[in-house]
Structures are given as C-alpha cells and as structure tokens.
Design a protein around this ligand. Sequence first.
Ligand code: 13P
Length: 260
Amino acid sequence: MAPKGRMPLISGNWKMHHNHFDAIQMVQKLSYRLSKDDYKTVDVSVHPPFTDLRSVQTVLESDRIPIALGAQHCHWEEKGAFTGEVSPAMLAKLNVSYVIAGHSERRTLFGESDEMVNAKVRAILANGMTPILCVGESLEEREAGTTEERVRAQVAAGLAKVSAEQVAGLVIAYEPIWAIGTGRNASAADAQAVCAAIRATVVSSFGAAAGEGLRVQYGGSVKPSNIVELMAEADIDGALVGGASLDADEFARLVQYQSV
Ligand code: 13P
C-alpha cells in the first residue's frame, strides 16, 4: 500500500452504546489486542458517550494506552444556560483530542444546521482539540447525482472562518447517510471520488498545504472485510466506524488492517 504521507486515523464512534463499565472493559480489551507497533502506523480514537469520558480517560492515562480520547458532540458556547449540553472547554479538561461535529444523526435527528456545525468546529479548535467534521449525502441526493455538490457545500459551510493552518490539521469524515448502519458501504472507487472532491474543495479554498495535511476518513458500514480496499485509496486516510467499533476484537482488526 503506497504511503500517503498522512498518518491514518481509525476512530470508533460508539454512539449511544456502552455504559462506563462497558467502556472501561472495551479500552482494556483493545489495549490487550493492540501492540506498540500498531500505534506506530495508525492513530486510534474512541468516542464513547459523555457519561463514560472520565472513566475512559482515567484508564487510558493510568495504563498509558496510546488511544486518543474522542467525544461525539459538544455545544459551541463556553458556558451558560444550555440545559443538557456540554461545552468544548469541559471536554478539553478531560484531555479529549477529537470531537465529532455534524454527524448525520445529529443533523437529521437533532436539527443541527451547517451554521451550528461551523460554530462547533470553531469552538473545538479554539479549545485546542481536533474536529472530525462529518459530511455526506442522502440516498435521494446520490440518486439525483448531486452527491459532490452536497458534500462540497457542507465542507465550505463547515469550514467558514477557519484558517488554512487549522484546516491542515483537521479531519473530515465522508459518511454517506445511506451507508450508515445499513451494512451497505460505498464502493472504494465511489468513496475515493467523493474524498478526492472534499480535498479538492479544501485546496481551492485554503491552498495546497491545507489539502495535503487534511485527513479524510470514510464512514459507513466499515468492516474488516472492506477496510483494506477503502484504505488503499489515495484520498482515504482513515475510517469513522460505528457498529464494528463496538466489539473490541472487531475494532482491533480494523486498526490492524495493514497487517491482514
Ligand atoms: P456504521 O459503521 O455502523 O455504519 O456507522 C458509521 C458511523 O455513523 C460512524 O460515525
């Protein structure tokens, strides 16, 4: 597999699964399955629910497990009367490294607009963490042939008022909505075409260095059986994994995709 000059990032988005006891077991099991060498060739992050973050942080730090702590969501304000929300500063205090912004489930089920997603991206960056900005088309948009247009618009809106330097360090996850949790993944060629369009959008707005540094993940029914061909594509730098990240053995196999 040709090296792309960007460290791959394999992220497990646990969504609303695993309480804090389950989460502790998960990271312990992962640490037994993964070796020091695995972490040399791939960055790994886990994104548990909010209630698990402190427990997972404690295990990762006390056992010196080099898995990055991630969150699934946050508000964009520092503090205030926002019942039920969690601020980026609170996540940063827990040594959270990556925060997912604009997952399609949040956009469709909780009404997150492009403006809200952009506010989150900027707040995450302002608090020293890395956003994983999610973009992706619906089945109707794919069938209408408007996939790239949709995704390019989400990228442009999500990155408004972000500097080129910041874009060079961030992560965009291409997650076609029709592929999430359906067992039906985008073909490697289709995923590559959209990920290349994402990078081209970034290059045209932020310059070549931003496009070169940006990591683009694919998400949507990633499994041990399809990760190798997806990761072989030139513009796919990682995977954002839902279902297959819930089992430590399966997630470890995804992290070790280079050795299968
Ligand atoms: P699945 O891997 O379960 O399709 O979920 C993808 C996803 O939404 C990750 O954020």
